[in-house]
Design a protein around this ligand. Structure first.
Ligand SMILES: C[C@](O)(C(=O)O)[C@H](CC(=O)O)C(=O)O
Ligand SMILES: [Mg+2]
Length: 488
């Protein structure tokens, strides 16, 4: 592409009307994008890889076939997965946090690692895939078409405000990624144990959309086909930072019983639970409907597109003595109580669908009915929208649900999920493989290594075998050395 075309808003508009881009409604103009572009046309590997991913999603959507993958934490596993026939790879923030971060400081999944952590991991894995495919081609081993698997990566909450999100997306595009997911969480505050009733804290819908727009704008600036996945954590959310957005009103909880002390004056888990019980938390609309069913229709028609503060004034005009208080339950951080659930997730996904290529309601436990409700609710409003699903365990260890578990992927595919992934399986699989290998070496020494590790690995020629490394990868270095030494 010429510089002239690259900087021409009409060519950008033409690209936006192409099949991969036409589903997106940008709130900014092609002129803005052109003005933000660097002078030289960009074309990153991630473009080709993202188009490949788009092709996979389209095919899977049409066939309703299963597209399931796991997280990958190292290049060797990526290669094993390619040979096993997986079609995509997932680079998880959580698994990166647990193993190695860009600051060499592993820890829990709090997205508190520096923002280059996941792009660097993607880059390592993507380049290792390039190396494998190149060596296979050079070696002419009959495996020339070792596939490069599109990588989808974890962008967490964007690691900062909008300029940080744009920089993160830039790194992703340069890393060879094919897609990423960006969420609506407040970074770094999620509690896995749900202590003090806190599971995850959301930003308002408007802020979520701004994050997604920032990401899409950066993709547009780079002329990138990379797939953006809007993840929402509203299903498990317990709090929200602000009540400003009217779209969040149906999920903001207030006290329906006046209590002498605000929530912030309670201490300890049991006192907090007791406070919430006594306050009889409810949403504004539910509280009004329950106390004044006769005026409810009037209240609803007068409060369209109003946030809780505005709608509460209307409620007070209609019934001066009406009590509903969303300030009392605020936490000491200032967060408001939120009614998480699949309806909240759906509301956010439908708001995000116009500016993202795919939507995903993060579920920490598999629930068939919620998966179905989400799929139906999205497809009704945005027919054909790509949807993702994460499967994070929660299944009984005793095997009692095995028959159901076997059917889950095909069920999810049948209701339209085009990408299913096991976020933590990459770590578990590496742990399990190493466990077996190290046990054999510890028990039988050199013989254990030969018989139970190196021979089986060599048979699979999967990159875990030293023989494979020297014979195939070594040839590449030798070819380069020969070329350098010629004709001097
Ligand atoms: C998918 C996820 O974002 C990840 O980093 O892998 C995590 C996984 C987990 O904590 O189980 C998440 O769901 O937040
Ligand atoms: Mg994560």
């Amino acid at each position: 592409m010429s510089t002239e075309d690259w900087l021409n808003p009409s060519s950008i508009e033409e690209w936006w009307s192409s099949p991969s881009q036409q589903g997106i409604k940008r709130p900014y103009s092609a002129d803005t994008v052109a003005s933000l572009r660097d002078v030289f046309p960009e074309n990153h590997h991630s473009n080709a890889m993202a188009l490949k991913l788009r092709g996979i999603f389209e095919r899977v959507q049409k066939d309703r076939s299963v597209n399931l993958t796991t997280s990958v934490i190292d290049p060797v596993t990526a290669q094993v997965m390619a040979e096993a026939g997986f079609e995509t790879l997932y680079v998880s923030g959580g698994m990166s946090a647990n193993t190695d971060t860009a600051t060499d400081d592993p820890g829990p999944d709090l997205a508190d690692y520096t923002y280059d952590t996941v792009p660097k991991k993607v880059s390592t894995i993507y380049r290792s895939q390039l190396l494998h495919s190149r060596t296979a081609r050079v070696n002419q081993s009959g495996k020339e078409d070792i596939p490069l698997l599109p990588i989808i990566a974890d962008a967490d909450s964007g690691h900062g405000q909008h300029t940080a999100i744009m920089k993160l997306v830039k790194l992703f595009v340069q890393s060879g990624v094919s897609g990423f997911h960006l969420d609506d969480l407040v970074s770094g505050v999620k509690r896995h144990d749900g202590k003090d009733g806190l599971s995850s804290v959301l930003v308002p819908t408007n802020e979520y959309l701004r994050r997604l727009v920032a990401a899409k704008l950066q993709l547009d600036i780079m002329g990138s086909e990379v797939v953006s996945i809007a993840r929402t954590d509203a299903e498990t959310a317990t709090h929200i930072t602000s009540t400003i957005d009217h779209r969040d009103r149906p999920f903001i909880l207030g006290a329906t019983v006046p209590l002498p002390r605000h929530f912030i004056h309670t201490e300890g888990n049991s006192a907090r639970e007791e406070w919430k019980r006594e306050a009889k938390l409810s949403t504004l609309d539910e509280a009004f409907q329950k106390s004044h069913p006769d005026l409810y229709d009037q209240f609803i028609s007068q409060t369209q597109k109003m946030n809780v503060a505005e709608a509460l004034s209307v409620a007070h005009r209609l019934v001066p003595a009406f009590y509903w208080n969303y300030e009392n339950p605020r936490t000491s951080e200032g967060w408001y109580a939120f009614k998480g659930g699949i309806e909240a997730a759906l509301s956010r996904a439908n708001a995000a669908a116009n500016i993202s290529d795919a939507v995903w309601a993060c579920a920490h436990k598999y629930k068939a009915d919620e998966a179905q409700r989400f799929a139906t609710g999205v497809q009704e409003v945005h027919p054909g929208k790509w949807m993702a699903y994460n499967i994070t365990g929660g299944f009984p260890e005793d095997g009692s649900a095995d028959e159901e578990v076997k059917k889950i992927p095909s069920y999810l595919a049948s209701i339209g999920y085009v990408w299913q992934f096991l976020p933590i399986a990459g770590l578990t699989a590496v742990g399990h493989g190493s466990q077996r290998a190290m046990k054999a070496i510890k028990e039988d020494g050199l013989y254990g290594y030969l018989s139970k590790v190196s021979r089986p690995a060599a048979r699979h020629a999967d990159g875990t075998s030293p023989e494979w490394w020297w014979k195939i990868m070594g040839k590449l270095a030798d070819d380069a050395a020969d070329a350098i030494g010629e004709g001097l």
